[in-house]
Write a new protein. Structure first.
Length: 132
């Protein structure tokens, strides 16, 4: 059995690293990690292309999925898969999960805002980027 350094030595090392980093930031010292290679430009977030996972709570009525698909299509967002997970007769609602092919972040955000404005969409429960 191998024992670690223990709580106090480990805490001391972590606190020491934090203090050193804070001092370098406060003194405008060079970065802690050396730069290797050319500077990289950061893309605006709206230009990011990613697949997405979207979970919605919607009214359990015919045509709702068609309206959602139309909004995605209007934003040049292609659907990879759709799954209607559960229906809730007591609330007349259903849960829909959609995954997309790679799409622009700004297009996805616009489509989500439009979905939230549909009377048949009760809630956009979750949206995640799918990192591959």
């Amino acid at each position: 059995m191998v024992l670690g350094a223990g709580r106090e030595p480990t805490t001391s090392a972590v606190v020491g690293d934090i203090i050193e980093a804070a001092c370098k930031i406060g003194n405008h010292s060079p970065a802690l990690m050396p730069r290797n290679g050319p500077e990289l430009k950061v893309k605006p977030i709206g230009e990011l292309r990613s697949r997405y996972y979207v979970r919605l709570e919607v009214a359990d009525h015919p045509g709702v999925l068609a309206q959602i698909a139309q909004l995605l299509g209007d934003g040049q967002i292609s659907i990879a898969a759709v799954l209607q997970r559960d229906t809730h007769p007591e609330t007349d609602s259903a849960e829909i999960v959609i995954t997309t092919h790679p799409a622009r972040e700004d297009s996805m955000q616009m489509a989500l805002r439009r979905m939230e404005n549909l009377s048949q969409v009760k809630k956009v429960s979750n949206t995640l980027r799918i990192e591959e």
